[in-house]
Design a protein around this ligand. Structure first.
Ligand SMILES: N[C@@H](CCC(=O)N[C@@H](CS)C(=O)NCC(=O)O)C(=O)O
Length: 227
């Protein structure tokens, strides 16, 4: 049986977790935090989660895992069959990851651990986030799903990237990145009603206080000790 390794606060792990649930594939969830131990690095070479255990061995990198799950040809397809339409969905997934998720990521240490980042990093994150949301607005179809009329992997990546990135924009830069993007807001609301999304959100929210405490202890022990 497939085994997914991750933890409930990880937005990347949640992408794979939701895809497995939506596809209806049997799998086991193995709670795992990222680390640089030889044991974990043997399974995930950069020490990150998620990674997937398959009958043939381990797989890492979320987009690769998502592709692998589709290529197995089991369960509900989350990519179109037509090669061009499939490539369009993949382009949207890549744009969301590169220009929204990774644009926001440097700010997570400040969001979750209270670390103050240098202005150069903050300014780059602000500019990249604005460009990333503009890219999605230009290219996403939102009819009502990111790539058109069907739920695809682009929605999975969008859900676990855009919400967090919009929080970063609001909290640190006073930007309402979804303010002039009603279709994206509506889609986030629709996706939020999905039962599997609700389950993963409840697990994330339950795990969040412990995760924040661990991040604060890691990045700013003095502050953590002071509460
Ligand atoms: N490129 C990786 C990114 C995964 C990633 O950044 N995972 C985070 C958790 S959301 C992690 O493991 N962070 C620990 C670290 O960077 O050392 C993927 O696509 O799976």
């Amino acid at each position: 049986m497939l085994k997914l390794y991750g933890f409930p606060v990880s937005n990347y792990a949640n992408m794979v977790h939701l895809a497995l649930l939506e596809k209806g594939l049997p799998f086991e969830y193995v709670p795992t935090v990222p680390e640089q131990s030889p044991e974990l690095l043997a399974k995930s070479p950069r020490g990150k989660v998620p990674f997937l255990e398959t009958p043939q061995g381990y797989l890492n990198e979320t987009s690769v895992i998502l592709d692998y799950l589709e290529d197995r040809g089991e369960g509900r397809p989350l990519l179109p069959a037509d090669p061009y339409q499939k490539a369009l969905v993949r382009a949207l997934m890549k744009e969301i990851e590169l220009y929204i998720e990774l644009a926001a990521r440097p700010m997570y240490a400040e969001l979750l651990a209270g670390v103050t980042l240098p202005d150069a990093i903050r300014n780059k994150a602000r500019d990249d986030l604005q460009a990333g949301f503009a890219t999605l607005k230009r290219h996403g179809r939102f009819a009502p799903y990111v790539a058109g009329d069907s739920f695809t992997l682009a929605d999975v990546v969008f859900l676990y990237s855009a919400e967090l990135a919009a929080r970063v924009g609001q909290k640190f830069f006073g930007l309402d990145l979804l303010g002039d993007f009603p279709a994206a807001r509506a889609l986030l609301a629709t996706l939020g009603e999905n039962p599997n999304v609700k389950t993963l959100a409840a697990q994330r929210d339950a795990a969040m206080p412990g995760f924040v405490a661990a991040m604060r202890a890691k990045y700013n022990p003095g502050k953590a000790a002071a509460g």
